[in-house]
Design a protein around this ligand. Sequence first.
Ligand code: ADP
Ligand code: MG
Length: 422
Amino acid sequence: MNVLVVGSGGREHALCWKLRQSPLCKRLFCAPGNPGTKLVADNVDIAADDIQGLLRFAIAENIDLTVVGPEAPLCAGIVDEFQKQKKLCFGPNKAAAEIEGSKAFARELCRRHRIPGPSFQVYEELGMARSFLDNRPDGPIVVKASGLAAGKGVTVCKNNDEARAAVTECLEKRRFGEAGGQVVFEEFLEGQEVSLITLTDGRTIVPFEPARDHKAVGDGDKGPNTGGMGVITPVAMLPRTTAQVESQIVFPTVHAMNRENRRYHGFLYAGLMLTTQGPRVLEYNCRLGDPETQPLLMRLQSDLLPLLLATAEGKLESQQPPVWDKRVAVCVVACSGGYPGDYKKGVPIFGVDRVQQGPDLQVFHAGTSQRLGGDLQTAGGRVLAVTALGADAAAARAKVYAALKQIEFAGMHFRTDIGAKA
Ligand SMILES: Nc1ncnc2c1ncn2[C@@H]1O[C@H](COP(=O)(O)OP(=O)(O)O)[C@@H](O)[C@H]1O
Ligand SMILES: [Mg+2]
């Protein structure tokens, strides 16, 4: 089979790395890819949101399956455009991707189908949003831009004043453009966060192993949120909690999408808060998480390609359930100085070639580029996702942090406590 992966982050490097190991995979392309995907696939210079360009390439190169990493092309309808030309594309269509593309839609879906989440309110009009805040008792509340905001649209507020400022940013200053044209206020939930990614074709539902992302930039969850600083998988969950997550959230969500004529194909990512009252949906994503993908795929022992193919074809029931390495995987993201605020690009990266990579240790590229001579440099906020397998969390952590000691670039920073509590 000829396969095209769309995207250019650490998630796509991990996807290419895993798909390259499939005996079914003949040619593998990544558009636009990065210096990491270039090691295992042929990079193609087409942007991830250039849907027509990608489609032309898929037709010209006889691509059998296109696998879309990021949310933007999915929400823009890449799967629908491919389907019109009878090209197979893995992921939800535009109507189904709205589960991520509109947080207001996702919340209302949960309400209509009694899927447990925080209480919430949606506003488009500044005066109405402000008067909602004026009329509620002061206290913590979460303010979200409803649309796609690259992980920057959510403010967890300690009080109403902070919420007023967040509303001004969204509805008045239009900091997130159209994505912030609607704001969602949510009840502030407390508990442990878990990411649960499920593979589904709308009928067969295959939950992957749970993972825990670390969103805040600093150790001890201090500082502003980022796209994700590191992940550990698996996460210890009581069998009762796992059963609740499946029966109260994952299954009803897939069912609800069917009922609303938005049959879901692809990875459905549920961001969950495990509260003392039970699991609650924080959000849905319409694709794999980044960096959750990196450690999950290192633990996945089954061939990924037939699973993706069967999902896209609506035949997931034909597949054996995935087999997971019992060991623990830890992923730590090395970031540019200043991230998640402003940061420089083009900073030389040293030492990646010093790391002894293998099936138990991988340095996945996220925001890197290559100079003319081949030297690596930074090209984004999240630069490298160092990922290792170990017998337990401590062993996996030791491998990751030893590898990070070999790598350096000016301004490099990473969390030192990923998976430390496990
Ligand atoms: N209702 C909530 N209560 C408490 N924390 C929340 C709530 N919603 C979101 N958060 C926190 O904010 C983070 C980002 O919110 P999320 O809805 O996942 O948006 P996105 O990933 O699109 O930025 C979550 O990972 C969680 O830490
Ligand atoms: Mg999230």
